[in-house]
Every structure is written in C-alpha cells, then in structure tokens.
Design a protein around this ligand. Sequence first.
Ligand code: CP
Length: 313
Amino acid sequence: MDINKYSPKFKIKQNDLLRVSDLSTEDIFELLYTAKVFKKKFKVGENSPVLRGKTIALIFGNASTRTRVSFEMGIRQLSGDYLFLPKNETQLARGESIRDTAVMLGRYGISALVLRAFTDAQVREFADCCEIPVINGISDSAHPLQILSDLFTIWEVKGRLDNLKIAYIGDGNNVANSLIIGCSKVNMDVTIASPHGYSPAKEIIDRASQFSNVLITDNVAEAVKDADIVYTDVFISMNDEDDELKKKKLARYRVTKEVMSLAKEDAVFMHCMPAHRGEEVMADVIDGPRSIVYDQAENRLHMNKAALTLLVH
Ligand code: CP
C-alpha cells in the first residue's frame, strides 16, 4: 500500500498503543497523516485544544529526555494537563498491583496512561485492567512511538515509504524489534546486521517476513548495500548492565563513514538517541550531512500529539 495514495480518515481501530505489531498498515498511515497535520500547525504556531479538560498520567520507570519532554510539551500544546509520576515514587515500587493502580487512576479522572520502562507483560496488564487508553513509551521489547516517528521522518525525507530499503546495524534490541515490524508493514525491505547472539528475536523476524523482504546477516557490507536508510542504536540499552564482551562483539558494527559509503549515495543516517559517539556511531556520521537524527527527535512531539488525539476521547 502506498501512503501517498492513502486517504486518511483521522481514526484508528486501536484503543491502546502497545506495540507496532498490533497496528494495521492503515492505522500506521492514520498516525503518520495526523502527525503531519500537527507538524504543519506547529510550524505556524497554531495549536488544537483537543485535550482540554483531559489529564494524562506519565508513569516513568527510567530516565528520559525525548519521550518525557515531547509528551509534556505535546499535552500542553493540545491544552491538556499531565501528571508526571516517577514509578519509584508510587506504591507500584512497593508492590501494589497494576490492577489497583490502573483502576484507581481511572477513578481519579485520568484520561490516558503513558508507561515507560515496564515489561511487555506489565504494559499489557495495565491495558487489560483499565478502560482508559494505555500508551507504551518503551518496554523491554518495544518502542512503538519511536518507530512511528521514524516512519514519519522517512516519509518526510524520502517522499515515500514503500520500496525503500532500511539497514539496521547493531544490537537487536527493543528499537530494532519495533523498527523491523513497522518498516515491513509499510512495505520497506529490511536488513539487519548483528553479531551472532545479538539478532532480534526469531518471532519478530518471522512476523516481519510476512509483510516484506527481511534479511538477517552478520555482514555489515551486505546489509547496507543499496540501503536508503542506515539505522543504529546504543550497544547497551538503558536498563541493561554494562557488558564489555557484548561491546567488543558489536565493535565491528559501528556506523562509520566507510559503512555509509556502501549504502546508496543519498542514504540517510538515523539513530533514536541518546547516542554514544565513537561507540555505535562515529561523530562524523551522526553530526554529518546525511544525519537526520534531530528531525527524528523533533518528530516525537508531533507523533505523540497524533497518538493522543486519536486515542483519547
Ligand atoms: N529515544 C528515546 O526514547 O529517548 P529518551 O530515552 O530520551 O526518552
């Protein structure tokens, strides 16, 4: 399906946004078109008060710059209110159940929950326990809003989504999982170069392969050949222990200028950030002319507003 031939209805079929794999291609396009409207409005200083009278709870279990600020600013720009709740400062940290927490928040008039750094099972439990929409702001195996923002960024920069090739280089983490599923659902070819033992889960690859061509390799040159987009992420994810052996194995998967030169001449570089220059990517790539990382980061704002608008009624 070609996004440029799609007529948006500005509606999605989901009540929650937990994983990209729950979304149909149509739902993804609806979110992208809605983000496009919000970005256009933002650029001319126009806002829509669609969250007036609504309060969104942000329950965060780890540090965040982009996810937190883009939600807080997005909610303000939509005339809504938010409660930022560090998980450790709630009774969840002392063992209170997800059900009791979720039901209570709904009774206090909270209109949606954004969860950060819960397990997939906990995110699902929140969604099952409460009537209000639940949005996954990163879990152990998924980062859906990041990837929806990335698809929006690719659409802006390349003018289309289908028949592009994306090469993901490095650790098969939660960002990689959501990226593979999201890109395959919009008909992009996906290649992943990871060392043995660090590839994304087989279940993810099998699912993505139902939608588009997906290749797993340990060879960076093979992965980036003819790629329109080269994407990487940190070698050690935020809640993981530092692991020297893993970093050593992944060192060959660093994105350098030489790696970029093997991709298409107009290939762009993406990273969900925060980045470690000199580790998974060299500074002359992420700070160079092919990098679109700040567009990606900015688009988190517009995509969060799209998700909130389509989910919160
Ligand atoms: N990409 C991302 O989720 O950034 P933060 O960790 O700063 O929220």
